[in-house]
Design a protein around this ligand. Sequence first.
Ligand SMILES: [Zn+2]
Ligand SMILES: [Zn+2]
Length: 213
Amino acid sequence: MKITIVFDNCPDKRGLRTGWGFSSLIEVGNAPPLLFDTGADGDSLLDNMKQLHIDPKQIGAIVISHAHGDHTGGLSSILEINEDAEIYVPASTVTRLPGRKVIMVSQPIQISESVFSTGELKGIEQSLAIKTGKGVLVVAGCSHPGVGTILDAACRYGKVYGIIGGLHGFHDFDLLDGLSLICPCHCTQHKKELRRLFPGQYISCGAGLELEL
Ligand SMILES: [Zn+2]
Ligand SMILES: [Zn+2]
């Protein structure tokens, strides 16, 4: 599987547009690409996609972690271009997208062969659990339900290999012991501490980062 950071607060080497928000593209096997979150604004999202050679029309599913503008800002722009993608939003979200298939997620569900939603946790946010040959990769938007809650929900799909995404104010660092990949993005407040504690596992996040597992 491959995950590409399409939108993030921080830059990577490529010089893509940045801003406060998060979006990533997930490609697993032969399944159509899945977009997890849509960043803060459509122009930046689409421009970054162009530079990354991602065709928005090919996206088969769009998963929104939670209904904050820094994760939903680019949604309407994508939907103008892509009329077919299935859309997964947390059940508490008030969503009106006439004519579109919107799946309101409350319980854990399977999205594609290897990709699962944790279900909406603490009434606010869903994360992804992706089965890979190395274990489960967790992808989180902002981690508002708490990283511990998310990891607990994800481990039903197997041993968690790593976590990537926004970790917000997370500081129960012991919870990450045993993970092989820690890639804090977006709103993570304690990146320096995480890098210091997990030098072998830490990967710097930024718009344009591509990780293959
Ligand atoms: Zn956020
Ligand atoms: Zn948020």
